[in-house]
Design a protein around this ligand. Structure first.
Ligand SMILES: [Zn+2]
Length: 207
């Protein structure tokens, strides 16, 4: 997703929970995952290339780093790890066909708005039809604006370029990905903090 979208989701989903400085640190670590070195060879940061198991493992690894840092009173490392965790969780909805699968399951004629989306439907999270976009080397050339219109038609349907819901420019399904990622960010916060003792929770939220 675009940097501005990740930032907005952190602010909206977690703004009531954390201090301003904590939010800033979480947000910075979140968007740092999209640096060039974080984009190449790190499918697990972004749920790219069907790396579902690696990405789920990465989320749990970052959750463990968050809580273990808090136990050492290292709140700065905890914010960074949690920021990285939220990036991966949010990218799931922008880089996979989860939104398509959820929409295809809605009853005929039912009108479902983006806030209706269930971000953790158990059947869909492990559906056989779940896919995420493949990064083809050719896609790198599409980052050059002048080349983009020439490259895009050459990229396969299962490419990240054709599948992503990274920005509103991708059409109406983006809003579903956005709302799902927003809800998922809140779920990840609950999941990460549910067993924290009160003093470590207070340290984490910095309020
Ligand atoms: Zn990403």
């Amino acid at each position: 997703m675009l940097t501005s979208i990740h930032r907005e989701m952190i602010a909206v989903a977690l703004g009531d929970h954390f201090s301003t400085r904590a939010l800033e640190r979480i947000s910075a670590a979140n968007i740092h995952q999209d640096r060039i070195r974080g984009q190449i060879g790190h499918d697990e940061y972004h749920f790219d290339n069907n790396a579902f198991e690696k990405s789920y493992a990465y989320i749990e690894e970052q959750r463990l780093l968050t809580t273990s840092a808090l136990r050492r009173q290292d709140v700065s490392s905890a914010w960074s790890a949690f920021g990285r965790l939220t990036h991966t969780a949010q990218d799931f909805y922008a880089h996979s066909n989860y939104v398509d699968l959820w929409l295809s399951r809605q009853p005929e004629g039912a009108s479902r708005t983006p806030p209706d989306i269930d971000p953790v439907h158990p059947d869909l999270l492990h559906a056989e039809a779940l896919r995420s976009g493949r990064i083809y080397p050719l896609e790198l050339l599409s980052f050059i604006p002048l080349l983009k219109p020439l490259i895009m038609p050459l990229l396969p349907r299962d490419s990240h370029a054709r599948m992503n819901l990274d920005s509103p420019a991708r059409g109406p399904k983006f809003d579903y990905a956005f709302q799902a990622a927003l809800k998922r960010t809140r779920i990840e916060f609950e999941q990460t903090t549910k067993d924290l003792p009160q003093d470590l929770f207070a340290l984490f939220v910095d309020k």
